[in-house]
Ligand binder design. Structure first.
Ligand code: MBD
Ligand code: FE
Length: 307
C-alpha cells in the first residue's frame, strides 16, 4: 500500500485551514461538515488514484448537472433522497411513532399552487389517449377516524410520462390538483393512468447512470402531499401495480405499502355507467396521518421548487 498523504502534518494543516478552523468566525457545525467532505474527497482521490484529468472531468460533470437543472434527478438516482426518508423514518420510530402511510420521496417535479377543489376533481385537462383512472379514498388519523378538510395535493405524469410545467406541450397545472376532503374525510379524482418516467436520455444524470450500468426509469406513480391542521404532513406516492419497473425504480421510491390494488374494468355495463366508451381503472387508497407532536423531526421539508 502506498503511504497516505492524508495523515501527514502538511495535509492536516491544509484541511484545518480549508475548513475555517483557524477563524473564530463562521458556523462550527458547517466547518466540521466541510472538513469531512473535503477529507472524504481527498481520500477518494488517494484510494482510487484519481488523476487530475479525471478530477476535472468530475468537476465539469457537476457543473453540467447544475446547468441542466438535474440536481433533483441525480440525488434520487444516487439513493440519497431515499436515504433522507429512511433517516426521517428512523427518527420517528425512535420517538415512538409507528404505523401510518409510509412516506416516500417528493422528487423534483412538484409545482406549488395547483387549483383547489372540494372533495373531488378531474385532473386531466389536456386531450390524451390512454386508460381513464378513478381514484378515491379517505384521509384518516391513526385511530381510523376520518380527517375532514385535509388537503390532498396530487401530481403525476401524463400517458407519455411527462409532467406539466416541465413539458411545454401541456397546459398549466394539467394533472395537478389540490383536493380538500369532505366531511367524511373523502377525496376522489378522475384522471388518466400515468406512464412511467425516464430521465432525459442526453442529460448528465443518464450519462452517469449509463456509465455505471444503470437505467434512469421510474415505474408509473402518482405523487401526494397530504396535510391537515394538527397533523404531520405526509409526502408519498402510490405505484401503478404491474409496471415492469415496479421494483426497479432508479429513484428507489417504491414501498410495499404504496402499491394499491388496481382494478381494470372491462364490463360494458360498468363502462356505460361511467359514461365512457373504453375500459377504465379504479384504485382505492386511504391515507393515514399522524398527529403533530413535540420532539418529532420536522415533517415539512423546505425545498426550492420550480415555479
Ligand atoms: C420523477 O417523476 C420522480 O418522481 C422522481 C423522484 C425523479 C424523476 C422523475
Ligand atoms: Fe414523479
Amino acid at each position: 500500500m502506498k503511504e497516505t498523504l492524508l495523515h501527514t502534518a502538511p495535509v492536516k494543516a491544509l484541511i484545518n485551514k480549508v475548513a475555517g478552523f483557524e477563524s473564530s468566525d463562521g458556523d462550527p457545525r458547517l466547518k466540521k461538515i466541510i472538513e469531512r467532505v473535503v477529507t472524504d474527497v481527498m481520500r477518494t482521490i488517494e484510494d482510487f488514484d484519481v488523476t487530475p484529468t479525471e478530477f476535472w472531468a468530475a468537476a465539469s460533470y457537476l457543473e453540467k448537472v447544475g446547468q441542466s437543472h438535474e440536481m433533483g434527478l441525480l440525488i434520487p438516482g444516487l439513493g440519497i433522497e431515499h436515504f433522507l426518508d429512511l433517516r426521517m423514518d428512523q427518527e420517528e420510530r425512535a420517538a415512538g411513532l409507528t404505523g401510518g402511510t409510509p412516506r416516500t420521496i417528493e422528487g423534483p417535479l412538484y409545482i406549488e399552487g395547483a387549483p383547489l377543489a372540494q372533495g373531488e376533481a378531474r385532473l386531466d385537462q389536456d386531450p390524451e389517449t390512454g386508460e381513464v383512472l378513478f381514484m378515491e379514498g379517505v384521509v384518516k388519523d391513526a385511530a381510523g377516524r376520518p380527517v375532514a378538510g385535509a388537503i390532498v395535493d396530487v401530481w403525476h405524469a401524463n400517458t407519455a410520462g411527462w409532467y406539466s410545467h416541465f413539458d411545454p406541450t401541456q397546459t398549466p397545472f394539467n394533472l395537478r390538483r389540490r383536493i380538500e376532503t369532505d366531511a367524511a374525510g373523502r377525496y376522489k379524482f378522475r384522471s388518466m393512468l400515468p406512464a412511467g418516467y425516464g430521465v432525459p436520455p442526453d442529460g448528465p444524470t443518464n450519462e452517469l447512470l449509463a456509465a455505471i450500468g444503470r437505467h434512469g426509469k421510474r415505474p408509473a406513480h402518482i405523487h401526494f402531499f397530504v396535510s391537515a391542521p394538527g397533523y404531520r404532513k405526509l409526502t408519498t406516492q402510490i405505484n401503478i401495480d404491474g409496471d415492469e419497473y415496479l421494483h426497479d425504480d432508479f429513484a428507489f421510491a417504491t414501498r410495499d405499502e404504496l402499491i394499491p390494488a388496481i382494478t381494470h374494468h372491462t364490463d360494458p355495463a360498468d363502462i356505460n355507467a361511467r359514461g365512457l366508451n373504453e375500459p377504465f381503472a379504479t384504485i382505492t387508497f386511504d391515507f393515514t396521518l399522524h398527529k403533530e407532536a413535540a420532539d418529532l423531526p420536522a415533517a415539512v421539508v423546505e425545498r426550492a421548487h420550480a415555479a
